[in-house]
Design a protein around this ligand. Structure first.
Ligand code: ZN
Length: 247
């Protein structure tokens, strides 16, 4: 923390007090949690319903062969590892779908990170955060391509503003059978650690700005990264008048 204190705009007291939620404890979630811990966040809650599989091990710092063998919960293992690294940090975890947690759950946080691999959960978190004005930072990767979007109601577009027809088609498939909890298998995207690290780092850096209340530094656009072509861009986005969250 001694070196962090030398960065004038970082408000370490405020960062330490922020109550942070990380939704998704996969590849991006592992990296985001590591960065949060090392950046001085002291109150971290993790939500993930999945268990660790061997295929996760190439890009998840906190998971081991033994965790995969024992089919341990991703959220529980990340929480445990954070405590091992720093016992003074307050860590909580939930091993269920974010959609199944109480309505007052998401609004109880100061900052939310989306580290998710499915559209339905993303839109759920987006809707709650936008409605309750909780800053939401969404990270996503697809192979060497990644993006980070910061959603801060009511001044920025939300995640749904930027959804295209393909996303909506996926949603329709997911919700085509109502009444029962239907499992919808989304194709697994390619993933590797270098792009994941960059996206998680950018996401947490935006979180640090928000927690430090440095509004002039806030990103209200999309950070886009293509590691294969060495391209990094900031994409302008507008509030979509057809999006239901801006009435
Ligand atoms: Zn919107």
């Amino acid at each position: 923390m001694e070196r962090s204190k030398r960065i004038k705009w970082l408000d370490l007291a405020s960062i330490g007090k922020s109550k942070v939620l990380v939704v998704g404890a996969g590849a991006i979630g592992n990296e985001v949690c590591k960065n949060l811990l090392l950046s001085g966040y002291q109150n971290i809650t993790i939500v993930d319903m999945d268990q660790i599989e061997r295929s996760n091990l190439n890009r998840c710092l906190f998971f081991s062969d033994l965790d995969a063998e024992n089919k341990r919960s991703k959220a529980e293992v990340v929480a445990q590892k954070l405590k091992t690294l720093n016992d003074s940090v307050k860590v909580a975890y939930h091993t269920e779908k974010i959609q199944n947690l109480p309505e007052d759950f998401i609004p109880s946080f100061d900052l939310v990170f989306g580290c998710l691999d499915n559209v339905a959960a993303r839109l759920h978190v987006n809707a709650f955060c936008y409605h309750h004005k909780v800053p939401y930072i969404d990270g996503a990767t697809d192979g060497f391509i990644g993006k980070v979007q910061v959603v801060m109601a009511p001044n920025t577009p939300c995640l749904e503003c930027t959804m295209n027809k393909t996303h909506m088609k996926v949603m329709e498939m997911r919700f085509s059978c109502t009444g029962k909890d239907v499992t919808f298998f989304q194709q697994k995207l390619p993933a590797e650690i270098t792009t994941t690290s960059i996206i998680a780092a950018v996401a947490v850096r935006e979180g640090l700005k928000i927690s430090s209340n440095i509004e002039s530094h806030f990103s209200k656009k999309i950070f886009y990264y293509n590691g294969a072509k060495n391209i990094q861009e900031v994409l302008e986005i507008e509030i979509n008048p057809n999006c239901p969250h801006h009435v």
